[in-house]
Design a protein around this ligand. Structure first.
Ligand SMILES: NC(=O)c1ccc[n+]([C@@H]2O[C@H](COP(=O)([O-])OP(=O)(O)OC[C@H]3O[C@@H](n4cnc5c(N)ncnc54)[C@H](OP(=O)(O)O)[C@@H]3O)[C@@H](O)[C@H]2O)c1
Length: 323
């Protein structure tokens, strides 16, 4: 509690899916939190980042802001996702260095959120941080993943040359209440929850699911991830990237069955194998986060999906089935 009380904290992307529970946790610990919205601070512009830091004078910055989405959004926006994420990262880390050198803020720290999409396409499971540089990412999310990966290079270089305390964490796929359920942008759990709830409401006999269902994924409940960020900020000050996950691998087919059960959808699932699967397998080795800052995920996938379905049912009342 004393770490956070009255600490000035900036959370970029703090109004987003992960940012919302993170800001809630920080405020419950009495931090003084500022969330820059993109309409006021476009972080792709260095002048906006300068204005942000000079105006708020934080001693800790969480960098969550990103242009991101599921596989469809990545296929549609490879250029935008590369440019936005690279520009925001470069500007933020460089401006943080200048700000720290000018104002000499005691114990200034930057917590940078990377992504599992930066891992090589064929990383042995479970993904260990040591494998991070051993290959090119899966093609559909490589522009996004690599733009975010450059923030690790910059953070390590700045730590070495300027002593900037920037740490870098790598969350696996997130899910939970408040997720983006727009099918153009959604990740797999949000998309399946929406499709199945709407199909059940409309009495549709089948739901189309992208891919073969044979690939595997791991998921971290969004509030668990927010808790991991808080712990990392409090306890970790090293240069090495740290995985944030729940450590459970599940095939998309098994996942779809779980979501069928949770939504009460009783129709058939039609697997559309003409659509891309994405990376063949994903599951993180989560031991480093446990050793370095004591993080272990608390919410099981079953419980998390149940909460996500409840949230969707309460917030999206449309009777129209998703296309
Ligand atoms: N969701 C996942 O499964 C997942 C998995 C691994 C890692 N991550 C990472 O976790 C972080 C948060 O993801 P999320 O799912 O919470 O994303 P999100 O809901 O899309 O939120 C992203 C936020 O970034 C802000 N933003 C975007 N462009 C900006 C710009 N040019 N200037 C200033 N702010 C900008 C937006 O602010 P406004 O609302 O003000 O426009 C938005 O609230 C991202 O770094 C993402 O890469 C996410």
């Amino acid at each position: 509690m004393s770490f956070w009380r009255d600490r000035k904290v900036v959370v970029t992307g703090g109004a987003g899916f992960l940012g919302t529970p993170l800001v809630g946790l920080l405020e419950s610990r009495k931090a003084s939190v500022f969330v820059p919205r993109s309409r006021d601070f476009d972080l792709r512009e260095k002048s906006a980042v300068e204005k942000l830091l000079q105006q708020e004078k934080p001693s800790l910055v969480f960098h969550l802001a990103a242009s991101c989405g599921g596989i469809a959004a990545n296929m549609k926006n490879p250029g935008k996702f590369f440019y936005d994420n690279a520009a925001m990262g470069i500007n933020l880390i460089e401006t943080a260095r200048q700000y720290q050198s000018k104002f000499q803020v005691p114990n200034f720290k930057l917590v940078i959120v990377g992504t599992i999409c930066a891992y090589p396409k064929f990383t042995p499971v479970p993904f260990r941080e040591e494998e991070f540089w051993n290959g090119y990412p899966e093609e559909t999310n490589a522009p996004y993943g690599l733009a975010k990966k450059m923030m690790l290079v910059q953070a390590q270089a700045y730590r070495k040359q300027y002593g900037l305390n920037a740490i870098y964490v790598l969350p696996v796929n997130l899910y939970g209440p408040g997720d983006n359920f727009d099918l153009e942008h959604s990740h797999v759990i949000a998309a399946l929850v929406r499709k199945m709830v709407e199909a059940r409401r409309a009495g549709l006999p089948l739901v189309e699911v992208w891919g073969t269902g044979k690939i595997s994924r791991e998921f971290l409940y969004v509030n668990d991830c927010a808790e991991a960020l808080v712990l990392a900020a409090e306890k970790y000050d090293g240069p090495e990237p740290v995985n944030l996950g729940a450590g459970r691998e599940i095939t998309v087919r098994e996942l779809a069955e779980l979501i069928c059960g949770a939504t009460g959808y009783q129709g058939r699932l039609e697997w559309n194998s003409s659509k891309p699967d994405g990376q063949p397998r994903r599951c993180l080795d989560t031991s480093r986060a446990s050793e370095l800052f004591g993080f272990t995920a608390r919410i099981s996938l079953e419980e998390g999906i149940r909460k996500t379905v409840e949230w969707f049912e309460a917030h999206h009342c449309s009777e129209a089935p998703a296309r």
